[in-house]
Structures are given as structure tokens and as C-alpha cells.
Write a protein that binds this ligand. Structure first.
Ligand code: ZN
Length: 490
């Protein structure tokens, strides 16, 4: 039988960009041949993983009293520009200007994010302090931005979106919500996705358009670029003033509400899962999130039809005894070697190979995707062994990810050092910096230019580190007030 070479042909460490593209295509995650730049097809394998991530966030926010809603895809032009800074989205939006043969009188945009469509409705719904806090979210939607450079799961003209929009009577409550949002993200990143990250408070010049402050968990991709996994924003009363979200407080005075919004980056988390856990063979997935957790591969001999039937029956028996897990039997006509490669490429955590010997001995060999170690057990003990192996795989993934991330942070005290570290080492650089308010923007611009793209990710949150006295800003050489983290970014 003629089989095409389907595996990844470059090493992740040698050419990450090509490795990533090959994994996306060959593991059948996304198809970029849809025909419109930046619009991709999510194939079942990535869609199932994304759906799981969505479920995690839906569970978390609903436990925190958020109610789901679904807004239209359209946003009124007038609403998009109500908040002065938020209007900065306008150059990035797609406009709907025609319907059939007619020009639409009042053109509208495809939503780039939800604020401008949700807040005008909030101003109708919220009247009194009794309506607060109000917590809503929408999930499993996409948004649209006119990006120039696009990459599957990293940057797209249409991409997966999830957003909460919360309204409070006081700023204290809003700040507490920001902290809760970060804890939700932390639980999912740590317990479910095994993605290491740091929490940052973004510098003032790099916050969400219209926010007072932006907070993010960021990880680092193997090409040394920062990957923002989620973001939560303290909106203050900027939007409530712009959209007239007011309430009558207990003292019977009318007040503007405080707002927050939280957006886990579903795509960016997918990208991190692919990039950080994967190896030269392809994807590696934590057990719970894998669309297929166990693949059973029968080693069938074409010569002995009777034996083959018995073997397939035995495989089905094993599958039905594993009903608690997501199990498939690969009955395709491909060779066992081809099947091993295929499922390793897709990151299926466990593989069971069944040949005549296994059938005879009533023993089962389980192989782990992570280190390819094999464990032989009797059919009776298979369920408890799978649980044990699932745990082991997750522990191995977590350990490898931590090892990768740890030591990715290096200190620098001059621009030359920053450049050297970023070019050769591809990690976060920690450096003294003058200011993270708008006065620091000049230094950030110089930094970006001199290092060909490094940006200030921010200061650690909630416990910002302080520079030593006498340490100076790496750019302007004035006394430093902050230790900031720098990296290149997408
Ligand atoms: Zn400076």
C-alpha cells in the first residue's frame, strides 16, 4: 500500500514557524484554503478542543453569577465611536454597506468586540442599585478585525471570542472582579491547559482602548514572542459615561456605574497548547482536553481473516469496558506504523496496540504519547491503569512546560543587553524602566525600534517588583521606578 508522508518534517527547535504551520495543517486543526485571507476553517480536531476551553470558561463565569446572552453580529457606527478612545477600533472594522442591490442608508460594522453593542442595551436595562451587580457574558462567537498579517489561532480577521461584561455600583467591586477574572484564568491555564504564564499589568500606552487599566496572563511562545492568553479590564466609568449607564443609588442620587470586561483568548490558548506542549512528532494534549483520549490500534494480518475478526471483537470489548473515556478504534486499512504516526501527530494521549499475542495472553499494552513508555496490564485492571496513566501524562506535560518557561526570564541593564538576549535567547527580559504611565511611552518607542520589536509587557501583578536604588531606565537612563518585562509580540 502506498502511503503519503504525513508527519512533521522540521524540528520544532530549529524552525518553530514552519513546525507550527505543519502541525496546524497536518494534525488537521485548521484549513487556511478557505479563500479569504484571515478567515480559516476550524476542523473537528481544533473545534472540539476549543469547545472544551469554552466549556471551562462558561462553567467558571456561571459559578461567578454571570448570565449568558447572545448579541447580533452587527454594531451601529454611532455606538462604535461613543467612547473616545474605544473609537480607535474604527480603522480595524469591516463595514456592511450594501444589501442586495441597494446601498444601506446607515452602514453598520461587524463587531470587533462587544462593548459598543452591549453597553447601549445596558443603559436601557440598568436603572437602580437593585439591578447591580449585573454580570453578563457571551460565548462561542466570533469577532472581526481587519488584520494585515494573519496566522491560524494567533491573529485572524475572524477569530473565536468570549467576553464578560460586568457592571457595579462601586470601583471596589470592579477591582475585586478583575482579581476574580484573573483567578478564573489561572485555574483553567494551570489545572486544565497546563500552560505556564505571568500576570501583568499593562503599561498605560498599551491598555485596552477605553480602559483605565488592563491585566493579562501572558505566556511565551517558542519563537520568543509574548502570547496574551486572556485580558481583563478595569473600565472605570469611561464607558458608563459614554453610553449613559446610570443607576439610582441607595442615597437616591443618580450615579455612573463602574464596569469591567474579561476576554479569555480562546485562539491564543489553542496556539499555546499547540506550541508549548507539542514536540517533533506533533501535538501533545492534556488528557481531559483531548478529543480522543485513547486510540486502539488492531494489528491485523491480511492472511488470517478469522483471527482478524476475533481481534476486532476483542478491541470492541476493550472499548466498551472503557466507556468512561473517549476511545476510538482505528479500523482503517493503513499500516500500524502509519496509524501510530497519525495519532501521535494529533496528540492522542494513550495508545493501545492489540495483536495476536495480546489476544492470546489477555494482556493489554498501553503507550503514552508523552514519553512513549509502555505499560502492560490485564483487562481487569485497565480502567484503573488508564486513570493512573492519564494522571502521569498530565504531570509530564506540566513538568515539561514549567521547565520550558522557567529560566526564560533574564535580566538586562542596557538596551544592548536587551537586544542580545532577545535575539539569541528568545525569552522575557526583566529590566529597569522609568515609567509605565504615558511618560514612559517615548522610551517604549525607542526600545521597540532599537530591538526590532520588543515591547513592554508590563509590571508583574499583583506584586510588582521594584528596581534597586541607583538602577536606571535602560533607555533614557533616568532613575528607574519599575522593573518591567519585555518581549517581542505577535
Ligand atoms: Zn526611560
Amino acid at each position: 500500500m502506498k502511503e503519503r508522508q504525513e508527519g512533521v518534517t522540521v524540528r520544532k527547535e530549529e524552525n518553530f514557524s514552519e513546525w507550527y504551520s505543519q502541525v496546524v495543517q497536518k494534525a488537521e486543526l485548521a484549513d487556511i484554503r478557505f479563500g479569504i485571507q484571515g478567515f480559516i476553517v476550524h476542523r473537528p480536531w481544533s473545534f472540539k478542543i476549543a469547545r472544551k476551553i469554552y466549556e471551562y470558561f462558561e462553567d467558571e463565569v456561571e459559578k461567578d453569577s454571570h448570565e449568558p446572552f447572545l448579541f447580533p453580529i452587527a454594531v451601529k457606527e454611532k455606538n462604535l465611536t461613543k467612547e473616545k478612545e474605544h473609537a480607535g477600533f474604527t480603522p480595524e472594522v469591516f463595514w456592511v454597506t450594501e444589501a442586495g442591490l441597494e446601498t444601506i442608508e446607515e452602514r453598520f460594522a461587524l463587531r470587533p468586540t462587544g462593548e459598543a453593542q452591549i453597553y447601549p442595551m445596558y443603559s436601557l436595562w440598568i436603572r437602580s442599585h437593585k439591578d447591580l451587580p449585573y454580570k453578563g457574558y457571551q460565548s462561542r462567537i466570533t469577532v472581526f478585525r481587519n488584520e494585515k498579517v494573519t496566522r491560524p489561532f494567533i491573529r485572524g480577521r475572524e477569530f473565536m471570542f468570549f467576553e464578560t461584561h460586568d457592571v457595579f455600583a462601586t470601583h471596589d467591586e470592579a477591582i475585586k472582579q478583575v482579581e476574580k477574572d484573573l483567578q478564573m484564568a489561572k485555574r483553567i491555564m494551570t489545572e486544565k491547559l497546563k500552560i505556564p504564564f505571568l500576570f501583568f499589568k499593562r503599561p498605560q500606552w498599551d491598555k485596552f482602548l477605553g480602559a483605565d487599566d488592563t491585566f493579562t496572563p501572558d505566556t511565551l511562545m517558542p519563537d520568543g514572542k509574548r502570547n496574551q492568553l486572556a485580558s481583563t479590564h478595569d473600565l472605570g466609568t469611561n464607558f458608563s459615561r459614554a453610553y449613559s449607564i446610570k443607576f439610582i443609588d441607595k442615597d437616591e442620587k443618580e450615579k455612573f456605574a463602574f464596569q469591567t470586561c474579561f476576554g479569555p483568548g480562546i485562539w491564543r490558548q489553542l496556539a499555546a497548547l499547540i506550541a508549548i506542549h507539542g514536540d517533533d512528532k506533533g501535538l501533545i494534549l492534556p488528557f481531559e482536553i483531548a478529543p480522543i483520549q485513547i486510540i486502539i490500534i488492531p494489528i491485523i494480518s491480511a492472511k488470517d481473516e478469522k483471527e482478524s475478526k476475533k481481534l476486532i471483537k476483542y478491541c470492541q470489548k476493550i472499548k466498551s469496558s472503557l466507556s468512561k473515556f473517549k476511545v476510538e478504534i482505528d479500523l482503517s486499512e493503513n499500516s500500524p506504523g502509519f496509524k501510530y504516526n497519525k495519532w501521535e501527530l494529533k496528540g492522542v494521549p494513550l495508545r493501545i496496540e492489540i495483536g495476536p499475542r495480546e489476544l492470546k495472553n489477555k494482556k493489554i499494552t498501553i503507550k503514552r504519547r508523552t514519553d512513549r513508555a509502555g505499560i502492560t496490564v490485564s483487562l481487569k485492571k485497565i480502567n484503573s491503569e488508564i486513570k493512573k496513566q492519564a494522571h502521569e501524562i498530565d504531570a509530564q506535560i506540566e513538568k515539561a512546560a514549567e521547565k520550558y518557561f522557567k529560566g526564560k526570564i533574564r535580566n538586562a541593564f542596557s538596551l544592548a543587553e536587551v537586544k542580545k538576549i532577545i535575539d539569541s535567547y528568545r525569552g522575557f527580559v526583566r529590566a529597569p524602566f522609568c515609567s509605565v504611565s504615558n511618560e514612559g511611552k517615548n522610551c517604549a518607542d525607542v526600545l521597540k525600534e532599537k530591538t526590532e520589536g520588543a515591547v513592554v509587557c508590563g509590571t508583574l501583578f499583583p506584586n510588582a517588583e521594584k528596581p534597586k536604588s541607583r538602577e536606571n531606565c535602560i533607555v533614557c537612563k533616568k532613575p528607574a521606578n519599575h522593573l518591567v518585562y519585555l518581549a517581542k509580540t505577535y
